[in-house]
Design a protein around this ligand. Structure first.
Ligand SMILES: Nc1ncnc2c1ncn2[C@@H]1O[C@H](COP(=O)(O)OP(=O)(O)OP(=O)(O)O)[C@@H](O)[C@H]1O
Ligand SMILES: [Mg+2]
Length: 353
C-alpha cells in the first residue's frame, strides 16, 4: 500500500462473534471514522469494549462481519494483512527471541524481497529513530523491557507503513519507563508523518498522546473528540465516569437552562444533551473541579476523610443530605471540620439519568 495516502476511512466496521450458546454478539458495532494522514488516534475504553477487535479488523487479522475499510480509493478489508502492509505493535512485543535486534527489525524487509544493501540502510535509519544504536547485535533477552518495546516499534515502522497500529504497547512497562516511551512514541509518530491508531484503557495515555480520542463501550463508539473535549465535555454519563467524574448526584431538572434540585441543594449547571424540565438527571463532578471555599453553587459539608497527596489532597466531604463527595484540594482541612464547597456551573455537568 502506498504511504503517500490522504486518509483511511472506516465505514461501519463491525465484527460479530458466535458464542457457544448460539447467540451472536457484536464485539465491535459500526465503527465509522476518517483518519487523515498524520493523525494520532487513540481507541480508549474499559476492558472488553472492543478495542483489540477494532485493531485486528483494521490490520486484517480478523475478517469484518459488516462494513468496509478504505485507504483513499482502495478497498482494503477484502485484502489479506500482508497486502494492507500496516505496521503492528503487539502488547507482548512478539519479537523473535533467537534473532538479533538487527534481524528482528529487518524481517519485514526481507519478506518483501528488499535488497541486502537497502535492508541495511533502512534498519540503520529505524534503529536511529528509536534510539537503539549500539544494541543491534543483541538478542531480545539481553534487552530491557523498554528497549524490547523499541525494537517492536522499529520492526513495525521500518517497512514505512501508511498506518501504525499499537495495542496497549506500554502496559508491560513500569511507570517511569511508560512515561518515557510515551514521549518516544509521540516523537516517532511525528517524524514518520504517517497515521497511528493506538489502543489503551489508560485515560492519561490517551489524553497525552492523541490528536483525537475514540471512546468506546460495549462495542460502540460513544464519543470522538480531541482530548480537551473528552476531558471537559464527556458526551454521556458513561464517558464521564470513565474520564474521572467520580462524583454523581441524582436530582430533577428544575429549569431547562440548567438548574437542578438535588435533596435540599440547588445547582446551576450545564446540560449535556436535550433535557426537559422535570426530567430525572444526574450531576457529574470531577474532584478537581470542586473547590473548598465559598463561590458559585456553594454548599455546607463536613470533612470525613483525607488522603494526603503532596501538593493536593483527596478530601471526602459529606453534605447535609448525607451525600459523599470527593474533592481534590490544596487547602489544608481537618477531619470533622465544617467547610463550604463550591463548583463553577460550567463544570457542573448535567446528564439524563
Ligand atoms: N475470538 C472471539 N470469540 C468470541 N468472543 C470474542 C473473541 N474475541 C473477542 N471476543 C469478545 O469481544 C469483546 C471485545 O473484546 P476485545 O478483545 O476487543 O476487548 P478489548 O477492548 O481489547 O479489551 P482489553 O482491554 O481487555 O484488551 C469481549 O467481550 C470479548 O469477550
Ligand atoms: Mg485488548
Amino acid at each position: 500500500m502506498s504511504s503517500d495516502f490522504k486518509e483511511l476511512r472506516l465505514d461501519n466496521v463491525t465484527r460479530r462473534f458466535a458464542h457457544a450458546d448460539g447467540r451472536t454478539m457484536a464485539a465491535l458495532d459500526g465503527l465509522t471514522l476518517t483518519i487523515p494522514r498524520g493523525e494520532f488516534v487513540a481507541l480508549l475504553g474499559p476492558s472488553g469494549c472492543g478495542k483489540s477487535t477494532a485493531l485486528n479488523c483494521i490490520a486484517g487479522l480478523l475478517p469484518l462481519s459488516d462494513g468496509a475499510i478504505w485507504l483513499d480509493d482502495t478497498r482494503l478489508d477484502t485484502r489479506p494483512p500482508e497486502a494492507r502492509g500496516f505496521g503492528m505493535v503487539f502488547q507482548n512485543y512478539a519479537l523473535f527471541p533467537h534473532m538479533t535486534v538487527r534481524r528482528n527489525i529487518a524481517f519485514g524487509l526481507k519478506m518483501r524481497g528488499v535488497s541486502a544493501a537497502e535492508q541495511a540502510a533502512r534498519v540503520e535509519a529505524a534503529v536511529k529513530l528509536v534510539q537503539l544504536q549500539g544494541h543491534e547485535d543483541k538478542l531480545p533477552g539481553q534487552l530491557s523491557g523498554g528497549q524490547q518495546q523499541r525494537v517492536a516499534i522499529a520492526r513495525a515502522i521500518v517497512v514505512e507503513p501508511p498506518l501504525v497500529l499499537m495495542d496497549e504497547p506500554l502496559s508491560n512497562l513500569d511507570a517511569k519507563l511508560r512515561l518515557e516511551m510515551r514521549a518516544e512514541i509521540r516523537r516517532i509518530h511525528r517524524n514518520l508523518g504517517r497515521s497511528t491508531i493506538y489502543v489503551t484503557h489508560d485515560q492519561d495515555e490517551a489524553l497525552s498522546l492523541a490528536d483525537r480520542i475514540v471512546v468506546m463501550k460495549d462495542g460502540s463508539v460513544r464519543q470522538v473528540a480531541p482530548p480537551a473535549d473528552v476531558y471537559a465535555q464527556p458526551a454521556d454519563l458513561d464517558v464521564a465516569r470513565f474520564m474521572g467524574y467520580r462524583n454523581e448526584l441524582a436530582g430533577t431538572l428544575h429549569d431547562a437552562t440548567g438548574v437542578v434540585r438535588t435533596g435540599s441543594l440547588t445547582f446551576n449547571g450545564t446540560s449535556k444533551g436535550k433535557l426537559a424540565t422535570g426530567a430525572p438527571v444526574r450531576i457529574a463532578l470531577r474532584p478537581d473541579d470542586l473547590v473548598v471555599g465559598d463561590g458559585p453553587n456553594a454548599f455546607a459539608a463536613t470533612v470525613d476523610g483525607i488522603e494526603y497527596g503532596g501538593r493536593e489532597s483527596l478530601v471526602d466531604v459529606v453534605t447535609a443530605d448525607g451525600a459523599r463527595l470527593h474533592v481534590r484540594t490544596p487547602v489544608a482541612v481537618r477531619i470533622g471540620e465544617s467547610v463550604r464547597v463550591s463548583v463553577p456551573p460550567t463544570r457542573t455537568l448535567i446528564y439524563a439519568a
